[in-house]
Design a binder for this molecule. Sequence first.
Ligand code: NAP
Length: 300
Amino acid sequence: MAIERVAIVGLGLIGSSIARAIGERLPAVTVTGHDASDAVRAAAHELGFCDTIADDPVAAVTDADLVILAVPVGRMADAAAAIAPGLKADAIISDVGSSKAGVANALAAALPDHVVIPAHPVAGTENSGPAAGFSTLFEGRWCIVTPAAGASEDAVTAVTSFWQALGARVELMDAAHHDMVLAVTSHLPHLIAYTIVGTASELEEVTESEVIKYSAGGFRDFTRIAASDPVMWRDVFLANRDAVLATLQRFNEDLTVLQQAIRRGDGAKLEDWFTRTRAIRRSIIEQGQDDAAPDFGRKH
Ligand code: NAP
């Protein structure tokens, strides 16, 4: 299944990064972009990462072999409905949403006559918008593809090959399992970061300026995640509610265990726990999912 024309709906961090990566790695592929925002379309035009920018979602997808929806999870259904009248009969529709089961259902309901192969590139930064994207975002990162049972094998292969061409490693996964895995590896860490940064800024005994001044003690590493896009993350928590709540329940239990160890002066328990977590950091570096430079490579 040859992909010669790609349409990208939503030209923020992820959509614009896909367009830039295509420009570098698949120069023969034509990219048409569309975004609901006039300002984003104007910026995308200026930045020049698409061959064409369409003002209208229907015009954007006409002739596209592959359409990628790169809008917030809560906007996927609307975006799918808006492109439906313009799609070629054999077009493949995919997305990049951070939660998969709900999005897959929404896309299947909005596009019952089309091939939908959902995907999630597990790559991003705390920035959003078309200027935040870059062509190497997906290099060496995983992209999880979550085809429904019975999905066209040719279409799955086409989506897999597409992401591999952008430098990603691809894994196929059931959508519900994806949501559980990402609840642990992404959604809960974001919730914890949002919590701790909010809590620290509202303490009575410690002023906000002290929190900022002494943030190198650890706090600032949470602020990167807590600076992530509020709309995107609102939608992720609403869409992946069950898996997040299940993981949060487990987290609260483990927090109580550590709380108890501190109260009881159980140093062995704490040391044992922290030794295990340090090993996880080492595994992430060994598997090429982060840089080995100490302190995230900050200059000292
Ligand atoms: P972003 O930078 O905020 O870009 C999203 C863009 O989509 C915005 O310009 C938005 O315009 C536009 N949009 C919203 N509704 C639309 C619609 N119905 N039709 C066309 N355009 C629409 O967000 P992002 O970080 O690229 O995230 C996009 C998707 O990627 C989300 O589903 C997210 O879960 C997923 N994702 C994000 C990351 C990450 O780290 N950021 C990583 C992996 C996957 P307005 O601002 O005017 O609404």
